[in-house]
Design a protein around this ligand. Structure first.
Ligand code: FAS
Ligand code: PHB
Length: 389
């Protein structure tokens, strides 16, 4: 088989790239190691930057998002019983969209199937060959039969544990990593959100986040120990701890209910450089990871896809390789700013086991300065809604 671009990974990165390229007549094949239902079963991001929304519109996959998403002009930051709002609209003129990654991925799958996009599920042993030549190819096994696809380019959209990043020799790539000494225990509950905007809560017991998916589907997180497992937390224990970490007025209004999903995500910052090796390009979690505190994971995947899509279009339509040649540099320039923001938000709002009394005073002063200073709030707002592509 032959195609123009093989895309490894059928998550939001791979599907969005495939849809954008297909709409321009560029042929792709997506290789996904799981099933569609398995991919849709993962509960992850919830906040979309305006750049992501524009890309979904460009891909012709925004109808349900426009109909069902919430537009948020700001967010609440709380510490103990005190709270203040950061008004994104006032500072930046724009907002963010609340629409779950699960729904984004579902819409993309539906759009790919409506266009007869080629997606191979349950692929095993995907291997990228001759990526540093002009004739790369990919082999994989499906239903016990080995297949080969010759192509012009390979897009590695296979997430942090995928094969693409590992294909780039260690003599070529450099990795940067920071592991955080805690995780996020998240639950999904069919209950109305506790507040009309998100609440990022710092407390002396640790971080909490109150988010949502729709009027009767809420997403809550509490900072937890890395040694915890979801089974260590009954729903009741989760609700009680969440109430201790958010302002009393919200704790009193919190409507609890049974969790329909409960999981723990470890927090890490990670970047691999470069994001291109020959005809192989890395996108999204295959190349970088952020702690979810700044809601940047999915949104930096989107800006990667924007840069790669634009570059491939330039190559195929104008025979000009400038866009793909500058892909890694452009993507990394924006990624590092998102890494910094996510790292900064995580340090601002979480309790670290080794914090000294002085460190705690510095953290409280940071939050107080953010509360009182218009410019500090504007800096947070600009980063949260998304820096320019
Ligand atoms: P993904 O990991 O989503 O998709 C990669 C796909 O490649 C998967 O479907 C996988 O099955 C497939 N794959 C892997 N190896 C393969 C192989 N060898 N062959 C074929 N296919 C292969 N971001 C936020 O902004 N907010 C959040 O709250 C948030 N929570 C998260 C919680 C968890 C547990 C995780 C892991 C991530 C979270 N993220 C969050 C980040 C997340 O949203 C990612 O940024 C987003 O999924 C990135 O999308 P992709 O790059 O498509 O990678
Ligand atoms: C979510 O709704 O899952 C969510 C929202 C904001 C974040 C992280 C996760 O920063």
């Amino acid at each position: 088989m032959r195609t123009q671009v093989v895309i490894i990974g059928g998550g939001p990165s791979g599907l969005l790239l495939s849809q954008l390229l297909h709409k321009q007549g560029i042929d792709t094949v997506v290789l996904e190691r799981k099933t569609r239902d398995y991919v849709l079963g993962r509960i992850r991001a919830g906040i979309l930057e305006v750049g992501f929304v524009d890309l979904m519109r460009q891909a012709g996959v925004s109808e349900r998002m426009d109909a069902e998403s919430f537009v948020h002009d700001g967010t609440v930051i709380s510490y103990g019983d005190e709270q203040f709002e950061i008004n994104f609209k006032e500072h930046t003129g724009t907002s963010v969209v609340v629409y779950g990654q699960t729904e984004v991925t579902r819409d993309l799958y539906d759009a790919r199937e409506a266009m007869d996009g080629k997606i191979v599920f349950n692929t095993e042993n995907v291997q990228i060959h001759d990526a540093d030549s002009d004739a790369p190819y990919v082999t994989y096994t499906v239903d016990g039969t080995e297949q080969r696809i010759d192509c012009d380019f390979v897009a590695g959209c296979d997430g942090f544990h995928g094969v693409s990043r590992q294909t780039i020799p260690l003599t070529v790539r450099k990795e940067y990593e920071k592991l955080y000494p805690f995780g996020w225990l998240g639950i999904l509950s069919e209950t109305p959100p506790v507040h009309e905007e998100l609440i990022y809560a710092a407390s002396d017991r640790g971080f909490a986040l109150c988010s949502m998916r729709n009027d009767n589907l809420s997403r809550y997180y509490i900072q937890c120990s890395l040694s915890d497992s979801p089974d260590d937390w009954t729903d009741e224990a989760f609700w009680q701890e969440l109430k201790r970490r958010i302002p009393a007025e919200h704790a009193e209004n919190l409507i609890t209910g049974p969790s329909i999903e409960k999981s723990i995500a470890p927090l890490r910052s990670f970047v691999t450089e470069p994001m291109r090796w020959g005809r192989l390009f890395l996108c999204g979690d295959a190349a970088h990871i952020v702690p979810p505190t700044g809601a940047k994971g999915l949104n930096t995947a989107a800006s990667d896809i924007h840069y790669l899509y634009t570059g491939l279009l330039q190559f195929y339509q104008d025979g000009d390789s400038e866009g793909i040649d500058s892909y890694s540099e452009k993507a990394l320039a924006r990624i590092w700013k998102a890494e910094r923001f996510s790292w900064w938000m995580t340090n601002l709002l979480h309790r670290f086991p080794d914090q000294s009394p002085f460190d705690l005073k510095m953290q409280a002063a940071d939050i107080a300065f953010l509360r009182d200073n218009h410019t500090a709030q504007s800096v947070l707002a600009q980063n949260y809604v998304g820096l320019p592509y």
